[in-house]
Write a protein that binds this ligand. Structure first.
Ligand code: PLP
Length: 387
């Protein structure tokens, strides 16, 4: 936990990227809604799909500051961001390695679209250096990881990934959605491109959808050129809402970190809970790595209810009063879901067993409510399971 108190992320959240309001001296960035701009200016042509209008750039600068890098681009969804990065660095004949416990939407994008483009891919366990090394081919161009992973919160060693891509001259990319830039900055550990589904922690109120790429200056022209061709930009009103949401990102994430740790400890001590998966618990297989590469353990955790089948899990979810069963994550409200019923519903029993995802596994996205109320809600519903 290197820098949780000494960093200046709070200042970046509030101030970085903000636009001056010269007309009224107001403290907020003005919202410039135009999609048509006079082209006879020094700045050149502005247009929303060029990703260069003032409110888009304000958000991009804030995120680049928080990821401690030079540049960022803001997209209409996380997957739009991922796809733009893939098409920047990959072409027909190339090969990409992706971590095996990847977000389902990213996996589906790769499996459904890459065969049409002549790009080949393999999924590997990126916790194992030997597995990665064995999977690299002469035409491998990218290595894509996600840490912590969904739903078991397993960690990938970012420094190890950084070393491997340097040696083999690959582009590395990390989905940093679960950690948020408050808890983890992959570029510092040698990753080239960071991706976020901003829909989750950055937006933080379950009412916006957007995506982010952040990276060093050297990648800016190529990524932006691809993005301009693909579209997938946001408009000024959305950018303004993102900017406002992100002013409290550090406060939200710190509270989510603290609440999640308390809940993980409560669940771990509960007789009706088998296992808790949270990087902040000493029993987590990558606890030491978490302390090294994260500055907070995050607001995501999962747990297994003892001897519970799908029906018992359903009963447990139905008996919750405050915590809502829902997909998505990262908002101010605490959400819960069954991985078998949601993110991993399409897997066969065999695939699920291989991934270690049992039917009694529930995933929590911990919000910023008063933690005692959340614990009380879990407690009363666990109690009702009987025996
Ligand atoms: C939601 C999510 C995505 C996809 O983001 P969208 O904004 O839905 O396109 C990618 N990665 C992770 C880890 C996510 O949770």
């Amino acid at each position: 936990m290197s820098n949780s108190l000494s960093d200046n992320k709070g200042t970046h959240c509030v101030h970085s990227g903000g636009l001056p309001d010269e007309a009224t001296a107001g403290v907020n960035s003005p919202v410039y809604t135009s999609s048509a701009f006079d082209y006879r200016t020094e700045a050149g042509v502005m247009y929303p799909r060029y990703f260069n209008t003032p409110n888009q750039m304000a958000v991009a600068r804030k995120i680049a500051a928080l990821e401690e890098t030079d540049q960022a681009l803001i997209f209409s969804s996380g997957l739009a961001a991922t796809y733009a990065a893939f098409l920047t660095f990959l072409k027909a004949g190339d090969h990409i390695l992706l971590t095996s416990d990847i977000y389902g939407g990213t996996q589906h994008l790769v499996q459904a679209e890459f065969p049409k483009l002549g790009i080949t891919f393999d999924f590997v366990d990126c916790k194992q250096e030997s597995a990665i090394a064995a999977a690299i081919r002469p035409n491998t161009k990218m290595l894509y990881v996600e840490t912590p992973s969904n739903p078991l919160m397993r960690l990938t060693d970012l420094e190890l990934i950084g070393r491997i891509v340097k040696k083999h001259e690959l582009i590395s990319m990390c989905d940093n959605t679960f950690a948020s830039p408050i808890n983890q900055n992959p570029i510092k550990h040698g990753i080239d491109v960071v991706m976020h589904s901003g829909t989750k922690y950055l937006g933080g109120h379950s009412d916006l959808i957007f995506g982010v790429l952040a990276y060093a200056q050297q990648h800016h022209e190529s990524i932006r050129a691809t993005a301009v061709n693909l579209g997938g930009n946001i408009n000024a009103q959305t950018a303004s809402l993102i900017e406002r949401s992100m002013k409290t990102l550090h406060l939200r994430v710190r509270e989510q970190n603290a609440n999640a740790l308390r809940i993980a400890q409560f669940l771990q001590a509960h007789p009706k809970v088998d296992r808790v998966h949270y990087p902040g618990l000493a029993t987590h297989p990558e606890y030491e790595l978490a302390k090294k590469q994260m500055s907070g353990f995050g607001g995501m955790l999962s747990f297994e209810i003892k001897d519970a089948d799908l029906k018992a899990c359903e009963l447990f979810l139905n008996n919750l009063k405050l915590i809502r069963p829902a997909v998505s994550l990262g908002g101010v409200e605490t959400l819960i879901n069954s991985s078998v019923r949601t993110s991993h519903a399409k897997l066969s029993l065999e695939e699920r067993a291989k991934a270690g995802i049992k039917e009694n596994l529930l995933r929590l996205s911990v919000g910023i409510e008063t933690v005692e109320d959340l614990i009380q809600d879990l407690q009363q519903s666990l109690q009702k399971l009987g025996n």
